[in-house]
Write a protein that binds this ligand. Sequence first.
Ligand code: TYD
Length: 629
Amino acid sequence: MGVIAIAVVANQLGGVTAVGTVMIARVLPGFIVGPLAGVFADRWDRKRLMVSADIARGLIIFSIPFVPTLLYLLIASVVLESLTLIWGPAKDASLPHFVGARRLAHANSLSLIAIYGAWPLASIAYSALSTFGSFIGGAVPVLEGLRSEPEAMALWVDSFSFLFSAAMIFSLSIRTSTTKTARLDLSQIRRDLLEGLTFVRDHRQVRPWMLGIAMTFTAAGAVFSLGVEFVQAVLNGGPRGFSFLIGFLATGMIIGLLSVGLLARLMQRDVLFSSSILLLGAGLIGLAGMSGLGAAIPIASALGFFGGVGYSTGYTLMQERTPDEFRGRTFSAAYTIIRIGILLGLGVFPLIAGLLGDHALDLPWGALDLPRTRTTLWAAGLVAIGGGIMSMRAIGERPPVLRRRGPGLFVVFEGGEGAGKTTQMEAFVDWLRARGDEVVTTREPGGTRIGRRIRDILLDPESAEMVPRGEALLYAADRAQHAEEFIKPALDEGRVVVSDRYLDSSLAYQGVGRDLGVQEILDISEWATQGLYPDIVFFLNVSPSTARVRHEREPDRIERERDEFHERIADGYMELSRQFPERIVVIDASRSPQEVHEEIRQAFEDRADQALAAPVDITSGRPKRRPPR
Ligand code: TYD
């Protein structure tokens, strides 16, 4: 509504050129403030950042009707857009603090629907409010000014929506692992910015995704610059055909956004992401090949569908795979890249169309029309397909880290509190021994003499003031000792080592539960164990509420955490099992102990041969080490 009202005000103040200038004023900050916004979002308290940005936006919008000059409108637009750019990454980076991994995809879809779905409502609300404004202006003498400027009404209501948002966000508790010094000097900004860029450039998953996003939005730019002409000249869709087609595209997109949660359960998210970009490119090529509006409609809807799926999945991937402290900068980099892509597409493709010109090919089976918009949109489709292929490179980057050492086999049992881990482990070990395997059992924390002392510190309810990073390092220290002193020698002797918890506990409890970032914890653990990964991990999955019923003894420090913490752990394990399917087997542990045991045996037999046959493979999908701060 604000965007419409500002365009109307600009038009009143200076006609079409003024509208154009104001629009440029909205785009420009994206290149300057955009990258900095991420630095702020990663360094400052995100909640305060969002609340302040909302209040400032509300006040500025409220003030616009009082200062009716073009200069003020331009300044206001630049500032408004800059504030929006700060607000966005802070919001996107905070989302994973509210929603568990399992619902993240859904939350992103809702967020995108809230943004784009509101557009059609905006024009209705705008005209209703400006009509109401001129009515009030006529009826209430103090508000007489509204008669000549009824759009002020829309601006004022809009400004209250920002204050409402500020109040809502203020009422939330948003954890930030990022509150560093409040004061920022220039060299620090520079360092943070460079660090963020290095992260995006070197991350083996984020980089291909960014390229994919850039190429997709470049193709989208082509659709907007050539779409109108294509629909009129090639599809014979008439003057309103384009908006008609966009309507179907938008509907497809909303359906896509709503289906993401379901699709994400069927396949891995990064596969979903790159294949939707790929299909989007293919769809664009198909669309450009059509010669009538009727045939184009289903393809446009499919395009929208893939766009929606890709958009939401991209958000979720970046939230999941980037540690909290880099998330703001990653998102602002994505925003900047999206802007550059669109502008590039808007500018370059019409030029290409001009160069290509209209042609027709005489083929044996008939004439093939090659109007310039068709060939250029084909090119744009190829660019999007290229983007899909680019982002596919991230898929190979999940770490299939199976570093085999001696002849033994390393099996780990994982799970939240009260999943029946101990019972199942005992039954499994008995079964292995009965088969004639040489088995040793151990646990974490506390698998060694030193480890037991570390364990005491960790689980003592008296250690209440322990900071998350300290906790993570103590678990890693225990693991280092455990791997070197106990696990490796046993494996070298050819034994089957069965451990109650190992590295994935740290990923779930410290990485997800304490929000330290899965990648960070993986790095620490990998360093601590010199890359000793388990061959098979059985994750015993029960809902935290079932687990609580099963729980009997006095809770230790970790067990005393709130329910929400344990739910995040459960979500964390599920996500880990998706991310590392080659290591983690999810076992439904809500059934009877006997059934669970059978399933574990079955899964072990299926996997053990594979694990033993697996080659020495130490490729890992993590970013290069970051430069020290
Ligand atoms: P323990 O009594 O062994 O737990 P359980 O009976 O649930 O297996 O205590 C281990 C606790 O430490 C448990 O709450 C999980 C937690 N933990 C971590 O937070 N990170 C880790 O890396 C490990 C190994 C355990």
